[in-house]
Design a protein around this ligand. Structure first.
Ligand SMILES: [Fe+2]
Ligand SMILES: [Fe+2]
Length: 166
């Protein structure tokens, strides 16, 4: 009997592609550091005081993530990127929190995919490091959604996930 193709076989990336994808992740971590540094200091209003303190903690965690991802890129023989993804700003507290929530969702979607890609390359330790980062990102998402008085959004894989290959 012929063996079935493993699930999400189309996701399989080369080590070189993984370096590029991790550099995208790193650019998102830089973006997160910058936005949390700024938002934690400018967020005003009594109702947002607790979350402002929380965002300051997020900033430190995003820095730890950036260091971890850079370490993995170096391990793979790549050069860590230096450019952040663009940071959006707003005068409005709720809008700032909304931007963060959207970005955390995008980050979670990417790291879930990265865990699968690392495992397909046999990079199980790297997958484990990324799982640990994912736990923090999910906590960030919960904190932001709670501050906005909303349910935690469901992070969906992109459509035709198994079929698409970029
Ligand atoms: Fe992060
Ligand atoms: Fe985060």
């Amino acid at each position: 009997m012929k063996a079935e193709a493993p699930p999400q076989a189309a996701d399989k990336v080369s080590r070189k592609e993984l370096i590029e994808l991790l550099n995208e992740d790193l650019a998102r971590e830089y973006q997160a550091i910058i936005s949390y540094v700024v938002y934690s200091q400018v967020l005003k209003g009594a109702e947002f005081m607790n979350i402002a303190d929380e965002l300051e903690k997020h900033a430190a965690e995003e820095l730890a993530h950036a260091l971890m991802i850079s370490n993995q890129i170096d391990y793979l023989g790549g050069m860590p990127a230096v450019q952040p993804k663009p940071v959006r700003t707003s005068e409005k507290a709720r809008e700032m929190l909304r931007f963060d929530l959207i970005n955390e969702g995008e980050t979670i979607r990417n790291y879930r995919e990265r865990v699968r890609q690392c495992e397909q390359l046999g990079e199980y330790a790297m997958a484990e490091h990324i799982r640990e980062i994912l736990m923090d990102e999910q906590d960030h998402q919960i904190a932001l959604a709670t501050a906005l008085g909303e349910d935690v959004p469901v992070v969906k894989d992109p459509p035709n996930h198994a079929e698409t290959k970029e």
